[in-house]
Design a protein around this ligand. Structure first.
Ligand SMILES: Nc1ncnc2c1ncn2[C@@H]1O[C@H](COP(=O)(O)OP(=O)(O)OP(=O)(O)O)[C@@H](O)[C@H]1O
Length: 416
């Protein structure tokens, strides 16, 4: 095996690549002053010793909701430290793997018990009512005046949203699980990257949780540039990035999604490409290559693994794009989807399911969604368009016979 190379610990490119990883907790959050200050102000009642508001936090994936919440809750705790008779426990819990209210409640009991002598409970086997009793008991017994509970990725609990209702109004005297505010004042923060989740909530939950909202919008290229520049200074050795690397990375990420996560991942991949080709510097070329690799890999495998209905939705996007009909509102989109389903003799799913499938495509960078708010009267609308290159979606769909036959029926407009 003479040709097998060697591994070496030397790294001429990265000073600390962990700084670009997703689980890195940045000490600075940039370009979010306005949103974070508004977010912080939501807790002004806490510092005055009053009952907290419940807050609904939404925005796409990777735009700072988790790190921003962390920072805001730290600041609330810190500010409460300076005030007599106010002290705050803040719990930030990830609900990614918790898909029922029951699981959320059990995990909360255990998180709240961490700082007590009481032992944690098993994640299964209790009647639901007992788990809620334990949860509200923990809240009553908390040794701080306020408990703020931030539940991240709450959309995972789907329509099993009982726990949100109970937690959100437990300080109300008429609540079945009443927690006397004189014992503990409880505030609930629900965080989601599914902006349609709000609309799928039970109306009672919605009015409890969503009275106060904080929206984290995607970043523009300038904002991403600031974030990348700051992070790159800690991640790379001095002088390793050519001047155009950060601006072009920001521009690509802004075009693709506007998410900081996308931008950081792209910069990391570009650096990794330079390192694995033994180059001394990271250049625009590495960024371009990284962008292509990331886009192709992610999108193609995303599309390939879609359900048959998901593929039909992806094809509908392509067809509308091909006909110059994007961005499209949901009703126009659904009408075209129904047409495609008829042609393939597939059963149609409801508009709500199609919207969910489209939102999955948004989360995975295939589609883009913009919210159009026409004020109180007009309500909220969403318009969908393509975020990925059409060729990548085509690549992901070419192996699917139903879709290729559908395209043939339409005169081979897309898969020529
Ligand atoms: N304004 C910012 N300044 C510095 N880093 C940021 C900023 N916004 C996001 N990031 C970084 O982007 C990554 C994703 O951020 P975060 O986890 O907060 O996103 P999110 O909106 O909670 O996404 P998700 O909904 O997927 O959980 C993290 O690595 C975070 O450090």
């Amino acid at each position: 095996m003479d040709n097998l190379g060697h591994l070496t610990p030397e790294d001429e490119i990265f000073l600390d690549e962990d700084v670009l990883r997703d689980d890195y907790d940045p000490s600075r959050i940039l370009e979010r002053d306005e949103v974070l200050n508004r977010y912080l102000q939501m807790f002004s009642e806490v510092i005055r010793g009053k009952r907290p508001r419940n807050v609904f936090v939404y925005g796409p994936t990777g735009v700072g909701k988790t790190v921003g919440t962390h920072l805001v809750l730290d600041r609330v705790r810190e500010d409460a430290d300076g005030v007599d008779d106010v002290d705050v426990t803040a719990v930030q819990m990830e609900c990614r793997d918790l898909n029922t209210s029951y699981q959320v409640a059990v995990n909360l009991v255990n998180v709240l018990r961490e700082s007590t002598p009481r032992s944690s409970i098993s994640t299964t086997g209790y009647p639901e009512g007992d788990v809620y009793d334990m949860l509200f008991d923990e809240l009553r017994k908390a040794d701080t005046t306020h408990v703020l509970i931030a539940l991240d990725e709450i959309d995972n609990i789907g329509t099993s949203d009982n726990v949100l209702y109970k937690l959100g109004r437990c300080n109300n005297r008429n609540s079945a699980k009443f927690v006397d505010p004189d014992d503990t004042k409880v505030g609930l923060i629900g965080i989601t990257n599914d902006s349609t989740f709000r609309d799928s909530l039970d109306p009672r939950v919605k009015s409890t949780l969503c009275e106060h909202e904080i929206h984290f919008p995607p970043y523009d290229a300038n904002e991403l540039r600031t974030i990348l520049k700051d992070r790159a200074a800690d991640a790379f050795h001095d002088g390793v990035l050519t001047d155009d690397v950060v601006p072009i990375t920001a521009a690509f990420a802004a075009k693709r999604s506007g998410y900081a996560r996308t931008a950081l991942d792209l910069l990391y991949t570009a650096g990794d490409l330079a390192r694995s080709s033994d180059d001394d510097v990271v250049t625009e070329q590495h960024v371009r290559q990284a962008e292509e690799e990331i886009q192709q890999g992610a999108i193609v495998s995303e599309i390939t693994s879609l359900s048959p209905q998901g593929k039909l939705v992806a094809y509908t996007l392509l067809a509308l794009d091909n006909e110059g009909e994007l961005p499209a509102k949901m009703d126009a989109f659904y009408a075209w989807y129904e047409h495609a389903a008829r042609l393939t003799e597939t059963d149609t799913v409801t508009a709500r399911t199609v919207r969910d499938l489209l939102n999955d495509l948004v989360i995975n960078g295939v589609a883009k969604m913009e919210e159009i708010n026409r004020g109180q009267r007009g309500g909220r609308h969403y318009r969908y368009s393509l975020a990925a290159h059409p060729e990548m979606i085509v690549d992901g769909l070419t192996e699917d016979d139903t879709i290729t036959e559908l395209d043939e029926q339409r005169g081979g407009k897309i898969f020529r």
